[in-house]
Design a protein around this ligand. Sequence first.
Ligand code: N01
Length: 546
Amino acid sequence: MAGGMEASRAGGQNPQSFEALIIGAGFSGLYQLLSLRDRLGLSTRLLEAGAGVGGTWYWNRYPGARCDSESHSYCYTFSKDLLEEWEWTERYPAHPEIRRYLNHVADRFELRRDISFNSRVVAAEYDEEVNHWRIATENGGAFLAKYLIAAVGCLSAANVPSIPGLASFAGRWVHTGEWPHEGVDFRGTRVGLIGTGSTGIQAAPVIAETAGHLTVFQRTANYSVPARNGPLSRDFLGYLKKNHAAIRQLMHATPNGHAFAIEDRSAFDVSTDERLAIYEKAWEKGGLQFRASFRDLLVDKAANDTAADFIRGKIRQIVKDPATAAKLSNIDHPYAAKRPPIDTDYFETFNRDNVDLVDVRAEPIEAITPAGIQTRAREYPLDIIVFATGFDAMTGPLLRLNIRGRQGRSLAQAWQAGPRNYLGLQVAGFPNLFTVTGPGSPSVLCNMPVAIEQHVDWITACIEHLRSRGLERIEPLPDAVEGWVEEVNAAAKATLLPQAHHSWYLGANVPGKPRVFMPYAGGMAHYRGICDDIARRGYAGFRLSR
Ligand code: N01
């Protein structure tokens, strides 16, 4: 799609004008709409590609899809009333419950009247003369707005690998991130599942329950810790109601925005037996909190090895067939250097008679044939192929918007060598464009609603600052961008995260994508301090003008 052309057309079709335009009706877009409309009184419109609210949860309806953050931390905290009236049912919310929650939020705050659904943005162009963004949607909509807020999420552009022959496949194929709303009936079918990231690890056990046969195609073996999901007790719900403020405070104080603190001890402050007992307890408790057992797991390889060895040992204990156990535990990167999955019976699934594992490093996938998947070793006949192959993460959803800034320069040109911005919030040459949880911010390394609320609050305060001073534009200075890119790189290098060479954090999962560590790894609490300080200093590093 020619971005400029689309945008010009947008200008020519009696565009509707708003002060602010938001793209995306997920957690970030909904809260941004509420903030700009109800707190600042801006005329605001939200454009959403789907037919309903939910963002990533609108599309990700694959079997087993459930949030890995605990429900009481995977929600908004801006409204005490909302916190008190909403009750989660399980430790980790499943996708329908998250959609119910976001629909409730949309209704409660009367957000729908300012949302246009089925309105996929295909172009956005900055018009320097009038200081407006011109926005075009696929269904012919045309809009003008002074402020453009991309709230498109980090993991919303599905990545279907280009494997030769896919179009010839006689069966059905689906990507987990674009799951059919009516579901997929696996009963009695031969299913091939490609991908063993968080998604594949959630989906495999559920698919295996009804499929005739499931073949899991694993390229990179992965660590996983049991989620230990279950219903929430009345006692716990009562505790939540009384402790919202303290829980919020804790989420704001931790590097990753979860409602648990990272233990302030090194893996080597304790004896080997004590360490094993700590891991055992964390394994039994389940969840992402396993990562918080010691403070040095993500910065010291020797400390990390202790956790990695523990999990590998667990895999070998659980999986009965030694050859399968060896493939599953042959993990080539530090624990949690890729986003660590949590699971319900993932490794146990390989003890089922109807499940097999194929190691595609030993026998790479060569093609998809009409009958199934052809590896270097043999053909696997299949009725359904499930791609749990992830996303063109972080930059993908933004680049797909066809954004053009000053002098028609596209975001794709500006980011040819990888994302470059200030604080993950603004790009030089793209005035009044804000990216909620953009690359260069903690985003995916943080419990998302915490990162989202921080960005939305910052953006809202920034726009209020401009308006109250009669200022019309804000954009970052090139030096500030340089400095921030260096800071993002330095923060990543101080951790073990870049050591997972195939991680989507680095863009390595998409062929041709620049290898740049995208999220800010310096911790959410620290990042919040930086953003607040910059705002306090009159938005230092930004150019504010009339
Ligand atoms: O995607 P991924 P995901 N041939 O990119 C493999 C969030 N999330 O959808 O590692 C064969 O992690 C690829 O192999 P490799 C969470 O942040 C959250 O699972 O590149 N295999 C990998 O195994 C997560 O991190 C939740 O070698 C191919 C897999 O596909 C993020 O979303 C739940 C391949 C992709 O793993 C993304 O997770 C789920 C090919 N050509 C996800 N191409 C909750 O909290 C790719 N792979 C609910």
